[in-house]
Design a protein. Structure first.
Length: 371
């Protein structure tokens, strides 16, 4: 192989794929990236066998070829090279790759591409399109509620499901839930009627695709085991889905509520951040007391002291005091736009729903905390 490419484009490509490289080193070859050059393009692929990524860039390919090179080592070198033209030359007799950038020269040992896993990145049969900005909205509104409990694997991701012609995304860890419905101009999502669970790492990589391709459509398709992502035929993902049944999240959503409290998001958000300072580090517990037209936030730390703050709210129901995990409540509020937030409440012990007029297609749920 003999190719020429700009340092900036190859550096950007490598940065995109190295995030999926196997960190646990279960197989030595998984610490490598597959490099393939042909027909005026160079592609870079990496995988941990659960999530795979491939990025293709334009280059001058004088002689085609393919090989595997240590991903971290290659990335470290590219990071330190100046922005210039780069020459990549494969010396198969020496099993090495020569990197020439002006007066800078590196020689890297390589593996043959036959040792690298065979990867599949596309399934055109049930493909649908979703704008990158909607991908980012879905992830930003639900990502915080993904569980980190490895014993409940089915909660370690975002659940996507077709509901009433819309794409619904749900994430929950059992203590809070976030749900958002998205309308798509491309309605070819019937295959999601039974839902799929995208693992956390796959969600993070999908976010990277959307962030690096703003104002683009992202093509997504699924089969029984994988989700495939294709953006502009240049950035590809393959994500192994979590093969578990998602819990019946609808059972957590109250069908009706008795009381409604409306608060200014910014005022409540800032007050919670202040009061949280004096909460217990393990529970992050704060007490929220609702009186007519006011909310009192309180926290007590047995070895530091206590805090109390009152903010005005629109509430005329009965007086009640509810315990919350301040961290969970802050993270949920952060997903809403500035403006009025509506809390729909039944009592001190049942789930509390958060809604916003600015985001009518979104719902947040927080379970109360016993203090």
């Amino acid at each position: 192989m003999h190719a020429q490419v700009s340092t900036e484009s190859i550096r950007e490509a490598i940065n995109k794929v190295t995030s999926v490289v196997d960190r646990k080193n279960t197989r030595p070859i998984l610490a490598y990236t597959l490099v393939e050059a042909s027909n005026g393009q160079i592609s870079f692929s990496a995988t941990d066998l659960e999530v795979s990524a491939k990025v293709t860039i334009e280059a001058i390919t004088e002689i085609q070829g393919s090989f595997c090179v240590n991903a971290k080592n290659f990335s470290d070198i590219l990071r330190e090279l100046p922005n210039s033209n780069l020459e990549l030359k494969l010396d198969e007799s020496q099993n090495s790759l020569k990197i020439n950038c002006g007066d800078i020269h590196f020689t890297l040992l390589i593996y043959k591409n036959e040792d690298f896993p065979q990867l599949i990145f596309q399934n055109k049969q049930n493909e649908f399109k979703i704008p990158s900005e909607k991908v980012l909205e879905v992830i930003s509104k639900t990502h915080h509620a993904i569980s980190t409990d490895e014993t409940r694997l089915y909660l370690n991701g975002i659940y996507l499901q077709e509901t009433d012609g819309k794409l619904r995304a749900v994430a929950t860890d059992g203590h809070r839930l976030s749900m958002i419905d998205t309308e798509l101009s491309d309605n070819n999502i019937e295959n999601l009627i039974n839902g799929i669970i995208i693992p956390r790492k796959g969600v993070n990589e999908l976010k990277r695709v959307a962030e690096s391709n703003s104002n683009s459509d992202i093509n997504i398709s699924v089969d029984d085991s994988f989700m495939y992502v294709n953006c502009d035929e240049k950035y590809f993902l393959s994500v192994r889905l979590i093969s578990r049944e998602y819990p019946k999240y609808q059972a957590v959503i109250p069908q009706k509520t008795t009381f409604t409290m409306i608060a200014d998001k910014s005022s409540l958000f800032d007050a919670l951040r202040r009061i949280k300072i004096m909460s217990n580090e393990k529970s992050n517990g704060v007490r929220v007391k609702l009186n007519e037209r006011e909310m009192i936030l309180m926290a007590n730390h047995p070895s530091l002291g206590d805090a109390k703050e009152t903010i005005p709210v629109d509430y005329t129901g009965r007086e009640m005091e509810i315990g919350f995990n301040a961290k969970y409540l802050i993270e949920t509020l952060a997903t809403f736009d500035d403006g009025e937030i509506r809390f729909e409440i039944n009592n001190e012990f049942s789930a509390v729903m958060l809604r916003s007029m600015n985001l009518p297609h979104m719902l947040g749920i927080i379970m109360p905390l016993k203090l």
